[in-house]
Design a protein around this ligand. Structure first.
Ligand code: PLP
Length: 462
């Protein structure tokens, strides 16, 4: 029972108990990771922010955990702790760290050239496999999902001769500037955290709530929308599932108003080898895949229907000679193509996904049990191999509801508590991913960690 004087946060925990736990776990982290601390201090000399990418400070740890190695579902830190990794590089390592088939392919290719700005046989094979998996006939590549999204927007704006992009509130599609427009009190507002943003994004980006067909139709009605760029399930503001029939009706509206539907499957590829769209019988005009596509190597791809591809090719033919604004020098390099060939042919298969989905189901059920036992107002959502718990009693229906359910301090406390007990989950929200090497024991360890956290939190509230 809580003291009458200690109100609970909407997430169901009391602030004093949370703060005390967080302070203790930060201290414990520092004690447990002396080598990481030395290395992090050294890195501070010449790395801005002390890390190679400033996001690496966003884990809520007193200093960045330093990696000694990663293999399968394990990440070993510099102080020798072997962590059960449910973050998996935020999906880059969804098929496990350093999968053998990929490292062997990389070794073979490394002796035969790394990058040439010319194709080899892998290009044909990879595009055939992508066409098979995703049901779209025409493909191009990028180094990151961010770039793939950026390039798709360019192609579709050129092909449709329309300028407006339509996205869902709370979306994330990488660091593509165009998408950073939020709905605030029903009005589009450019995100003010963006650095160096000099263009008014609201001029060409429209934003509506997910699952809101009326708002979608109103935003499409002017007839200037080039495409709707969306994850089939929102996964970056916590998870938001599409309501029954939403996508069928949304796509009919999108078609009616002459726009294209682009599905960004970078995270929802956790649904199976053809992503969420294939698993649920959806047929977007374009698909983007990144992160795990090269088994952890930087590469991404985007596919078009024959009709959209023909329009994109025509736009290129009609454009004056010169830079298209699509592509980067190392895109589709030989190493990346070899990695994608190995991943697509040997890892991105039904056989690989089936046990991942089953274990994710066990995790989701276990989380629901722990949450129910402790009467927390939280819910759990599973999308294939991906599981998320959110601090709201019912699954959110849109980005605003999902955003309102977030509690950054509570998230930090849970993540740090688990990390101190050798379980790693994704920062920014409560996402857990199962890879082929994750064991039932790893799942139990995670569940026991969360249970212990909730017990201590409750004790602190008494
Ligand atoms: C749905 C989605 N699309 C694109 C991206 C961008 O991927 P990357 O950072 O690898 O470019 C992300 C990253 O989290 C994502 O979640």
């Amino acid at each position: 029972m809580t003291h009458a004087s200690t109100p609970l946060r909407p997430s169901g925990v009391a602030t004093p108990a949370l703060n005390a736990l967080l302070a203790r776990e930060r201290e414990r982290y520092t004690q447990r990771n002396p080598r990481s601390q030395v290395q992090a201090t050294r890195a501070g000399a010449h790395l801005m922010f002390g890390v190679p990418l400033h996001w690496m400070n966003d884990w809520g740890t007193p200093f960045a955990l330093q990696v000694a190695g990663a293999q399968g579902a394990r990440l070993t830190d510099l102080d020798g702790h072997r962590l059960a990794d449910f973050c998996l590089g935020d999906t880059g390592a969804m098929f496990g760290h350093s999968p053998r088939v990929v490292t062997e392919a990389l070794q073979r290719q490394a002796a035969l050239g790394l990058t040439t700005m010319l194709p080899n046989e892998d290009g044909s094979v990879v595009s055939e496999l992508l066409a098979q998996r995703f049901g779209l006939p025409q493909w191009q590549f990028a180094m990151t999902a961010t770039d793939a999204n950026r390039f798709v927007l360019r192609w579709i704006r050129a092909a449709t001769r329309r300028s407006v992009l339509l996205v869902f509130n709370g979306c994330y599609h990488g660091t593509v500037s165009d998408v950073f427009v939020d709905l605030v009190d029903g009005k589009p507002v450019q995100r003010d955290s963006l650095l160096g943003q000099v263009h008014d994004l609201t001029a060409t980006t429209r934003v509506v709530e997910f699952n809101d067909l009326q708002a979608l139709e109103a935003a499409l009605a002017p007839g200037d929308v080039a495409c709707v760029l969306a994850e089939p399930v929102m996964t970056n503001i916590g998870m938001v599932l599409p309501q029954e029939g939403f996508w069928q009706k949304a796509q009919a509206l999108i078609q009616k108003h002459g726009a294209m539907l682009v599905m960004d499957e970078t995270h929802t590829i956790s649904s199976g080898p053809g992503g969420y769209a294939r698993a649920h019988g959806l047929s977007p005009d374009a698909v983007v895949v990144g992160k795990p596509l090269g088994g952890g190597m930087p590469c991404a791809a985007y596919g078009f229907t024959a009709e959209l591809a023909a329009r994109a090719v025509q736009a290129k033919r009609l454009a004056p000679p010169g830079h298209s604004g699509v592509g980067t020098t190392l895109t589709a390099n030989l190493l990346a193509m070899a990695a994608m060939r190995a991943t697509l042919s040997q890892l991105m298969t039904e056989e690989t996904f089936a046990p991942m989905h089953a274990l994710a189901g066990t995790l989701a059920e276990g989380l629901r049990r722990v949450i129910a036992q402790h009467r927390m107002p939280w819910c759990v959502t599973q999308v294939g191999a991906r599981v998320e718990f959110q601090f709201c009693p019912a699954a959110p229906r849109n980005g605003t509801e999902a955003g309102n359910a977030m509690d950054a301090e509570l998230e930090h406390a849970i993540h740090l508590y688990l990390l101190n007990r050798k379980v790693l989950i994704t920062p920014f929200h409560n996402m857990m991913l199962i890879c082929p090497d994750t064991t039932a024991h790893d799942v139990q360890r995670l569940l026991q960690g969360l249970e212990a956290f909730l017990l201590e939190c409750r004790d602190g509230m008494q």
